[in-house]
Design a protein around this ligand. Structure first.
Ligand SMILES: Nc1ncnc2c1ncn2[C@@H]1O[C@H](COP(=O)(O)OP(=O)(O)OP(=O)(O)O)[C@@H](O)[C@H]1O
Ligand SMILES: N[C@@H](CCO)C(=O)O
Length: 318
């Protein structure tokens, strides 16, 4: 479920009256997603997404996200910018929450991507990175390498309730990754969470890149590593699919060639990316009641990816 905040028909009609977007016809809560409340809104003027931002998205970050979406949309990338009201405002308040009316994009997210779809996703990621070369706003990565020690510390020995010995394993991996982290690579604006559920597709074509709410300033190849880990394994992290992983990398390089120093860093960046999701999932696992309506995501699926990259990363990204 992802409707935390209920919106009354009256409040929504009043909200829509600020836009040239037509009058309310229907509004349905969208079940997918876990971070925000999303509604599919039909009006006499078309179809929109209404997003109410819940606790994980800081209202102060919204101007950054909206500027980034506007920048990409202006360059023809398939992203959903917020609709401006008649006064030119994109960010509003509805039912006590920050809220945006967002362009609806067609397409569905794939659960089991084919190599052709992974190639298209890699190419779209690459196009997005180069379209952001002249995007000047900055947002530090709130889930980046400099936060991982604190994230590990706040989980502490409770990690061992997820799997015996997990705290020590993660501690050792973190120490090794931090020691090798490529701090010399140039910063860029990145998506940072381009999982298959954040890519809308029709057949083999990417029709939407969505959910930019982790977007931040970090290293492009780190974004590629995040995407590789998210696409090229089965959900449990037991099985690596080389055809998917290779297609994703080929697609990325088809649009733009990754500079050699960024490519050379991919093995350690992939380990770091796996650690990032292991840590956030572990915290959520320890702090979400098992009977909550939100499904907890398995942290160990990312421990398996971490082990896989540590053993095979050099060969994989050679
Ligand atoms: N602009 C859009 N056009 C069409 N559908 C969209 C759009 N934005 C979101 N959706 C739909 O709403 C669903 C939830 O959106 P989203 O992934 O942004 O949710 P969330 O709760 O913010 O994120 P998370 O994936 O991190 O839980 C998506 O899976 C997609 O089906
Ligand atoms: N994509 C993340 C959750 C939302 O950021 C994960 O699968 O852990």
């Amino acid at each position: 479920m992802a409707v935390y905040t209920q919106v009354s028909a009256e409040a929504l009609s009043d909200f829509l009256a600020k836009f040239d977007a037509g009058a309310l016809v229907s509004a349905k809560g969208i079940a997918e997603g876990v971070e925000n409340s999303n509604y599919l809104v039909d009006t006499t003027g078309g179809r929109f997404i209404l997003t109410l931002y819940e606790k994980r998205v800081a209202a102060d970050d919204l101007p950054y996200f909206m500027a980034l979406l506007d920048h990409l949309a202006a360059k023809g990338l398939p992203v959903p910018p917020a609709i401006k009201d008649r006064a030119g405002h994109e960010i509003h308040e509805l039912e006590g929450r920050p809220a945006c009316l967002i362009k609806f994009l067609p397409g569905v997210s794939v659960t089991t991507p084919t190599p052709a779809q992974a190639r298209a996703a890699g190419e779209a990621l690459s196009q997005m990175h180069w379209a952001l070369e002249d995007f000047l706003l900055d947002r530090p990565n709130s889930m980046g390498v400099d936060t991982w020690q604190a994230q590990l510390d706040r989980c502490g020995r409770d990690l061992d309730t997820i799997a015996p010995g997990l705290f020590d394993r993660v501690s050792r991996a973190l120490e090794r990754i931090i020691a090798q982290w490529p701090r010399h690579l140039p910063p860029s604006a990145i998506h940072a969470d381009l999982f298959p559920d954040n890519v809308l597709m029709l057949g083999d074509e990417v029709t939407g890149l969505i959910d930019f709410y982790f977007a931040c300033t970090d290293v492009r190849a780190f974004d590629l590593a995040v995407t590789h880990g998210a696409w090229a394994f089965d959900a449990s992290g037991h099985h690596y699919d080389a055809a998917i992983g290779n297609a994703l990398l080929q697609g990325y390089q088809r649009a733009n060639v990754l500079p050699s120093d960024e490519r050379a860093a991919l093995p350690i960046l992939a380990e770091g990316a796996a650690l990032r999701f292991l840590l956030s999932r572990a915290w959520d696992w320890l702090n979400t009641p098992a009977n909550a309506m939100v499904t907890r995501k398995d942290p160990l699926a990312y421990l398996r990816r971490l082990d896989f990259y540590a053993a095979n990363g050099d060969a994989l990204f050679a």
